[in-house]
Design a binder for this molecule. Structure first.
Ligand SMILES: [Zn+2]
Length: 617
């Protein structure tokens, strides 16, 4: 793209507010009326499993066409009334209309407003299948005594618990009053008071503008442990001490990232350890990361995930993707930052090992992925954003930045990134905006280096450029040699130095074993290293993948336990897929899924339903 066209793209964006890069996953019309602030006042009703109350939206006209209505996103919400007013005046009834439901997008809520309206109040209740909400019974929690509710708004599920403009291109501040049962604590992606008493009525303020997908709420039997003055951990009482030990390096991680990319801009940084059914490894809700308990390995071996969620405080939360096709701007940057934090806190060998595992995972995924889905700036029109949740935005995105680092040198590239975060802070940007900034602040001065950067190839082509970085780690090369020797029966299991291996080395060993393997080889490994009993969720997952593939039945019981005791999509999907490859395996998958399905999060259910053909028999 020539500089002239970049300038035109920038002009278009500025003038028509998103018309050029319209979000395909939202009905909202911020180009005419934009929501600036949301004031929530809600009751969390565990008996009826409903959130109900009002959302008061502060709106602003952004075009000269003052006849345009306000268009919001909703999914499954019951709207009982919509009113408008001017500033602090009295409320007037507004005419509103809920559009035809779309299976991906939900329903548009169109509100007719006079030109002078500044505030819109929507009285609403969530529906029985609100996709952002998971209502856990006491049995589904770690403590087994009290229920728990949490939200997961990314990517387009905020609309199922709050009526708003659910596009990352619109940033809002918010306040909330949340009423809960008296003995439960509510926390949000906002200012949380670590000393808050359980009263059943909580107020929050998020004073920095965030995209709607970062609105988050959790209510449960939660305790808090401080880790430093500004960091801490929330979890159920039976988990909180273990989590505090595992996350002991959190403050050091924050400081490492600050040193590289500028100050942490969000005041406190706390982590909430979720119940086991949480469908993701982590969710970077600002000021309060939600993290899966599957990262509590007991030896800090899986804390890269924490580095990842923390890094989102810069890439993703401070500078956000404007649409879901720009998702790589969130995740590619974050994986790159995550590895830099890991290198600073735990050393280069650890970061290199993580990079090798990342590259291998990407290569494996690229082998099966349709070409259009291998593109960083992927087209997701007509499809749910979850279709873009592959290794491509994460690992290919990080490789692209690693490549730029290699071309320009680390020092120069670090300076570029710091400038990028400062320039776009608290803004949502498109790939075109990134490209224009890159051209101006990195590529411009040196045409020879700019040619080597191959920006267009990275952003718009499938696969990887021929000179894509190929990370290496000496320790993993040794492990790979062991894997080959063991598979060829040249080394006995007991002779492997596995007792000294890190989790990363074990992961590499298990995924490097050449196919096919015999049950006998698996049994020998299991007897020597008790892999079926591994307490490290990643190692156990890699082991169970082999156990399913080679029908190693001594692991059957543990497989079923693993599939029913946690609900992380990353673990569930490949295991169910591997099971579903044979008729007997598919029967088994369905039998396990029948039991486990009611405990999974809607996000995981949506995925696994397809994998096992649920309801299609
Ligand atoms: Zn992420």
């Amino acid at each position: 793209m020539s500089l002239v066209r970049i300038a035109f793209a920038m002009f278009t964006l500025a003038s028509f507010a998103g018309a050029a890069d319209r979000d395909a996953h939202s009905f909202a019309n911020p180009e005419h009326v934009r929501v600036k602030h949301v004031a929530l006042d809600v009751d969390v009703d565990f008996d009826k499993q409903v959130i109900r109350g009002t959302a008061v939206l502060t709106v602003e006209r952004t075009s000269k066409d003052h006849k345009q209505p306000l268009v919001l996103d909703t999914r499954g919400l019951t709207i009982s009334a919509v009113d408008w007013r001017v500033d602090q005046g009295i409320y007037w009834k507004a005419k509103f209309d809920l559009g035809k439901p779309d299976p991906v997008l939900g329903q548009a809520l169109t509100v007719q407003l006079p030109a002078e309206a500044t505030t819109v109040r929507v009285a609403y209740a969530t529906g029985p299948n609100a996709t952002a909400l998971q209502w856990l019974t006491p049995a589904q929690t770690a403590g087994k005594k009290r229920p728990l509710l949490f939200t997961q708004s990314q990517a387009i599920d905020a609309r199922s618990w709050v009526p708003l403009q659910d596009t990352p291109g619109v940033r809002i501040t918010y306040t909330a009053t949340v009423r809960t049962p008296k003995d439960l604590l509510a926390v949000m992606s906002a200012g949380n008071d670590p000393a808050a008493k359980r009263t059943g009525a909580y107020t929050f303020a998020m004073t920095q503008p965030i995209p709607s997908y970062l609105m988050a709420l959790a209510v449960g039997d939660l305790d808090f442990r401080p880790l430093s003055k500004r960091t801490g951990v929330y979890a159920e009482p039976s988990v909180v001490n273990k989590a505090a030990t595992e996350f002991a390096d959190l403050e050091e991680m924050v400081q490492a990232c600050e040193k590289l990319y500028g100050p942490y801009r969000w005041e406190r940084y706390d982590v909430l350890v979720m119940p086991p059914s949480f469908p993701f490894g982590g969710m970077e809700n600002p000021r309060l990361t939600f993290a899966s308990p599957t990262i509590l390995a007991g030896d800090k071996s899986l804390v890269a995930l924490l580095a990842h969620e923390l890094a989102h405080s810069w890439s993703g939360n401070l500078v956000s993707n404007a649409t879901w096709r720009d998702f790589w701007l969130n995740e590619g940057f974050t994986v790159y930052l995550e590895r830099r934090i890991m290198e600073a806190v735990y050393g280069k060998a650890r970061a290199d090992a993580e990079a090798v595992l990342g590259r291998r995972s990407l290569d494996r995924e690229l082998a099966d992925l349709p070409k259009p889905d291998q593109v960083l700036h992927v087209d997701l029109t007509g499809r749910p954003p979850v279709d873009g949740l592959t290794d491509v935005p994460y690992e290919k995105g990080a490789l692209f930045l690693k490549h730029l680092e290699a071309v320009y040198g680390r020092e120069r590239f670090d300076r570029f990134l710091s400038g990028y975060f400062a320039h776009f802070s608290f803004r949502s940007i498109t790939t075109a905006q990134f490209k224009a900034y890159l051209a101006e602040h990195l590529l411009k001065d040196d045409p020879a280096k700019a040619a080597r950067a191959k920006v267009d190839e990275w952003l718009t082509q499938p696969g990887l450029p021929a000179d894509a970085p190929s990370p290496s780690a000496a320790a993993l090369e040794t492990v790979e040699a062991h894997a080959k020797a063991f598979a060829a029966d040249k080394v006995k299991a007991a002779e492997l130095p596995g007792k000294a291996w890190t989790a990363q080395e074990w992961l590499h060993f298990l995924t490097s074993l050449p196919a096919p393997l015999t049950k006998g080889r698996l049994r020998a490994l299991d007897e020597a290293f008790h892999l079926t009993q591994s307490g490290n969720s990643e190692v156990l997952f890699a082991w169970l993948m082999l156990a399913v593939k080679y029908r190693y039945d001594p692991a059957d019981e543990r497989l079923e336990a693993f599939l029913t005791e946690q609900g992380r999509r990353k673990f569930l999907k490949p295991l169910y897929e591997e099971l579903a490859k044979t008729p007997a395996g598919k029967e088994r998958a369905l039998a396990i899924y029948k039991k486990a399905r009611p405990t999974y999060h809607p996000v995981s259910v949506e995925t696994i339903d397809v994998v096992v053909g649920w309801g299609k028999r």
